[in-house]
Design a protein around this ligand. Structure first.
Ligand code: F0G
Length: 361
């Protein structure tokens, strides 16, 4: 059986930036594209979910971190740094460890999901809680990388985009062409930039390889309503959303996201926290796919577009869900009305247990 070799080796012909770099990999990529039957029926289209929570550290960041850390290793870097709402820090910490580098992470005070924080610490990163939001953390990280011998591994690093574009290649291969529409959450806007680059490159040959696709999808990006600078057309000073991963008020790749939207004839819109949590619940309870809240913004956005009558009947649609549900599991333990889910207590007795399970004899 074929063992997946990680995105650098699998897509070497399409990653010229990595030529001559040592390969630092944890086997990222090769994630499942799952046909979402309930969701398809609901929106009258053919919907597939790209489950990026199944990457080694539980988010799509690993695709860009294998490339960023490999390029840093090629440069002889001993240390890397990033700003993060959590997932980037978990990924950077793991790949830096694999490469024998030290890792510094700058996170906004008190707004990081527990799973992500524990990963960064487990992998030995030096964690600085910054008295400010993500945008302040990124400004600080950029200053440090300019003035000190440390490599910045945020998505402003071109190697990150190179790695992340491979998700588009996988989708095109799985569907034998690009979908009609691609939905994804937008935070710092690196990922929408990367997917658009990947779909664009799928139209051309690479090395000995034939083009993968005959067309490119419309890119539909979704921000959280309390952190929707691209939708509003101005930076948001105090971004706020329960989807902490995308709690970003001034995205670094703002213009590139707008270019992806406009060139693809797509949209960037916003969804409320309530819509995000509904989509989060729908994915886990009807599709069997557990994601962190920010990831559900893609599906919340698709449902909103459907309600507006903007989903073409029968369209082929891919929704990327970016991070695993175990990153931020507490949301699953709340009922729709906000109360805590309570386990049903039973004694060691088959009749009572069967009744509680709704089983009939
Ligand atoms: N979904 C998740 C789970 C994320 O962690 C992020 C970004 C996004 C979506 C948005 O992607 O920034 O490329 O538009 N997380 C970054 C981090 C900011 O620090 O982990 P984007």
């Amino acid at each position: 059986a074929h063992q997946w070799r990680g995105v650098i080796r699998e897509y070497a012909d399409r990653l010229p930036l990595l030529d001559g770099a040592p390969v630092v990999t944890l086997g990222e990529g090769g994630t499942p594209l799952i046909h979402a039957e309930q969701l398809s029926e609901r929106v009258g289209a053919e919907v597939h979910v790209k489950y990026e929570g199944l990457n080694p550290t539980g988010s799509f960041k690993d695709r860009g971190m294998t490339t960023a850390i490999s390029v840093a290793a090629k440069h002889g870097a001993k240390a890397v740094i990033c700003a993060s709402t959590g997932n980037t820090s978990a990924s950077a910490a793991a790949y830096a460890t694999k490469a024998g580098m030290t890792c510094g992470v700058l996170v906004p005070d008190g707004k990081i999901a527990m799973g992500k924080l524990s990963q960064a610490i487990a992998h030995g990163a030096t964690l600085l809680q910054v008295d400010g939001n993500f945008d302040d953390c990124l400004t600080l990280a950029r200053k440090l990388a300019e003035a000190y011998p440390v490599e910045l591994v945020n998505s402003v690093n071109p190697a990150r985009i190179e790695g992340q574009k491979t998700a588009a290649f996988e989708i095109v291969e799985a569907l034998s062409d690009a979908p009609d529409i691609h939905c994804l959450p937008v935070g710092n806007a690196g990922n929408i930039t990367a997917y658009w680059k990947g779909y664009g490159e799928s139209l051309s040959p690479a090395g000995d390889l034939a083009p993968l696709a005959t067309r490119a999808p419309a890119m539909w990006g979704f921000q959280a309503a309390g952190a929707a600078p691209i939708v509003l057309g101005h930076p948001v000073d105090q971004p706020d959303t329960i989807a902490t991963a995308i709690r970003i008020g001034n995205p670094a790749s703002w213009e590139l996201a707008e270019a992806a939207r406009d060139e693809s004839k797509g949209v960037i819109d916003s969804v409320t926290d309530e819509q995000i949590l509904q989509a989060h619940r729908l994915l886990s309870s009807t599709e069997g796919i557990f994601v962190e809240p920010a990831s559900a913004a893609s599906v919340a956005g698709l449902l909103q577009m459907h309600e507006k009558g903007l989903v073409p009947a029968g369209a082929r649609i891919v929704c990327t869900v970016t991070g695993h549900g175990l990153k931020d599991p507490a949301w699953a333990l709340k009922n729709a009305d906000g109360s805590d889910v309570q386990p049903t207590r039973v004694s060691v007795d088959a009749v009572t247990a069967a009744a509680a399970l709704g089983l009939e004899g």
